[in-house]
Design a protein around this ligand. Sequence first.
Ligand code: GLA
Length: 408
Amino acid sequence: MSQTKKGLTLLLSLFTFYTATVGQSTDRKLLAPTPPMGWMSWNFFGENINEKGLKEMADAMVASGMAQAGYKYIFIDDGWQGGRDNRNKIIPDPKKFPSGIKALADYMHSKGLKLGIYSDAAPLTCAGYTASLNFEEEDAKTFASWGVDYLKYDYCGAPADSNTAKLRYKKMADALSHSGRDIALGICEWGDRQPWNWAANAGGSIWRMAGDLRDKWQSKPGEQGMSIMQAVKINGDLSAYAGPGHWNDPDMLVIGLYGVNGPAADLGGIGCSDIEYQSQMSLWSVMAAPLIASNDLRSMNEQTKAILTNTEVIAINQDALGKQGVRKVSDATWDIFVKPLANGNVAVAILNKESDVRDIKLSFTGIGLNGKYSIRDLWKHKVIDTGSGWKGRVEGHETKLFILSGSK
Ligand code: GLA
């Protein structure tokens, strides 16, 4: 690339970054300039969470190299609540959290991590615990006083219409923004009210755009429960709505769960192969999705750890330009995503949806990229070719993830 072209690309990147960040919302702070990364308790612990288990996960996040690779949050999901005290202040279950949430947040912060918590825009949460409707101000202040950094706000038990959802989410976002602490809001109404159209304005940093992801690659005919492939199908059409501070969330990474008993195992969640888990990592990265692991970090095998901590892949996800990859090809066999990066390079993900190995002869012109590129394979960690296209084999359910650089 010539110097002038490089300069122009950089200017364009800065401009896009500016308009995406400053232009999107009026008075709210940008609390998730890149997609949030962390670990969430739901898929592994379900309701059986406690401070000991969460601290162990935090320790493992640090010891495994995940924290170093960019994972920051320990997100407490449903099941932590112990009702309200006689002044209506929300309290944790004293058996599960004998030291209280503040002590847990302090623990996370002392390790350079952040703490997320969970509530719901109705009287009770999805699993039937105390929630925040009509206590938004009080609960936001309580979360702030504990040192919480993020709130996942669910929508079970709330009315179906969009207007109520917008109002309830904005009410909590406003409460958080004057709670005295930066607390990012994750909107979780499962995509039912097309949150990509309103969630950022309501104050959400991320929004789930579909139902709960199960630990499975594909659903059997007639089977309920979102699979990785269904989530990709839906989210692949939503790239225009994502940007710095506001991201589509196709739900947690199921990498390394291998069908373990728990919420991700029902409705056909029988587990995936390592190739499929690696594909999830590639696809979530190219789609600029939050990277939220949900496996047992304390006993990961080497393969799981390598998938979760591939820093070249994570860099695609966390790229400062904040573009969700655009799906340029979607046919019966292939999905191909293209994600422009801040430095002018381009990430390309090539997914083989078939269950057997396939050969592909891809001309880059066909996906809007003209010129010759050097092709770096982010799973092989090396440059594999140079040219105006790529010819090669992709295993069944595998996703190749490349960086193309140096267009001439
Ligand atoms: C809903 C959410 C899940 C999880 C559970 C907890 O189903 O979509 O992600 O938070 O509630 O009860």
